[in-house]
Design a protein around this ligand. Structure first.
Ligand code: KG4
Ligand code: ZN
Length: 358
């Protein structure tokens, strides 16, 4: 048996715990989702999130430990997300991790959530990854491009100046009556629309052409929908959500005309093309020999298909779908090299809402 790390993640709206052996073998993993709590508000409500984390943290950790058939004495360390994220949410995970560390005399390891997303890919493809690598981290909170050097030095190459890509999916879905989170619904419905039906322009980013901006496309979708008097179909979808929290594709299609499916397909395709164009150019510029795509938006099937179709001159790695969105496996995996280097946090560890990676 190798070294077991218990990872804890509570930066946003998922309470997650996992036990990972030697940074790559998943021994037990649990994610308690708060979707049902926040769904009706159309986004994450920070106060409710911290309360739900408090409720879920102990049983979630217990479940992961049980699945891994281990106890605290069997662990080499406990790792926790220190940021970025919602301060009240982060604090729940950090406080519990400190308590475990203190009570069981285990080293405490602090992990950056964004580095966690990157390690969701590294843990599976360590042997195939070639450096320098370019990482595109796309989630509800972040859209970043990093160059990763041989020595694991991160350099920020580009980032969003306004909305994150996942946030754009969520805002467009909310606006059109598809509820929260928007990414999975748009992903499911986009294949039924024509991606070339509505033309969106990719913004010209002065200063750094590798930066992103998604607030323009969100506004363009709003103008498009306002010009077409879509209020009846939007109201029908909001009604559907009241009786059916998670409608099926067929149920959505029954309240979504073809023109709206075309709009969703065009929106998704524009976001995907924009992400891959800037990531591709950044990879060429930085001499990257492989690309990592991670974060909730990395679940997107349009993004996965388009990345393969681009035939980049280097391999592109995505995490398994379950490890693309927030989870604790990635936190335990990212902590392993820190355990090997003896990089431990003290009991003074604080939540860092705006922690950056580079
Ligand atoms: O990584 P994540 O779980 O949390 C953050 O760190 O933000 O990402 C959640 C985001 C949400 O914005 C959600 O709409 C988006 O990922 N997402 C998707 C898909 N699944 C989740 N976006 C596009 N297509 C998907 N299939
Ligand atoms: Zn995340």
């Amino acid at each position: 048996m190798g070294k077991l790390i218990l990872g804890i993640e509570s930066s946003c709206d998922e309470t997650a715990a996992a036990v990972v052996e030697d940074g790559e073998l998943i021994r037990g993993a649990t994610v308690a989702s708060q979707l049902d709590v926040h769904g009706k508000y159309g986004g994450v409500v920070p106060e409710l999130a911290s309360r739900e984390h408090l409720r879920a943290i102990v049983p979630t950790v217990r479940e992961a430990m049980l699945a891994a058939r281990t106890n605290f004495a069997g662990l080499a360390a406990v790792a926790v997300t220190e940021g970025p994220g919602l301060v009240g949410s982060l604090l729940v995970g950090i406080t519990y991790a400190k308590a475990i560390s203190l009570a069981h005399k285990l080293p405490l390891i602090a992990v950056n959530h964004i580095e966690g997303h990157i390690h969701a890919v590294v843990m599976e493809h360590r042997r195939e990854l070639e450096f320098p690598a370019l990482a595109l981290v796309v989630s509800g909170g972040h859209t970043h491009l990093f160059r990763i050097g041989e020595d694991w030095h991160y350099r920020l190459v580009g980032r969003t100046r306004d909305d994150a890509a996942g946030e754009a999916f969520d805002k467009v879905a909310k606006l059109l009556g598809f509820g929260y989170p928007g990414g999975p619904v748009i992903d499911q419905l986009a294949p039924f629309g024509d991606p070339s039906a509505v033309h969106f322009t990719s913004p010209n980013m002065k200063g750094n052409p590798r930066d992103f901006s998604f607030s323009g496309i969100k506004t363009a979708v709003r103008y498009w929908s306002e010009a077409r008097a879509m209020s009846n179909e939007i109201a029908a979808r909001r009604e559907l959500l009241k009786t059916t929290p998670r409608p099926t594709v067929e149920q959505w299609q029954a309240v979504t005309p073809k023109t709206t499916l075309d709009l969703l397909a065009s929106f998704q395709s524009a976001v995907v093309e924009d992400l891959l164009r800037r990531a591709g150019e950044a990879a060429r510029e930085t001499g990257a020999r492989s690309m990592i795509v991670s974060g909730g938006v990395a679940c997107n099937s349009g993004l996965r298909t388009a990345a393969a179709a681009k035939r980049f001159p280097f391999p592109v790695f995505f995490p398994q779908v379950e490890l693309s969105t927030d989870n604790a496996v990635m936190i335990a995996a990212a902590a392993f090299p820190k355990l090997e280097r003896g990089e431990f946090a003290g009991l003074t560890l604080k939540a860092k809402a705006n922690l950056s990676l580079a």
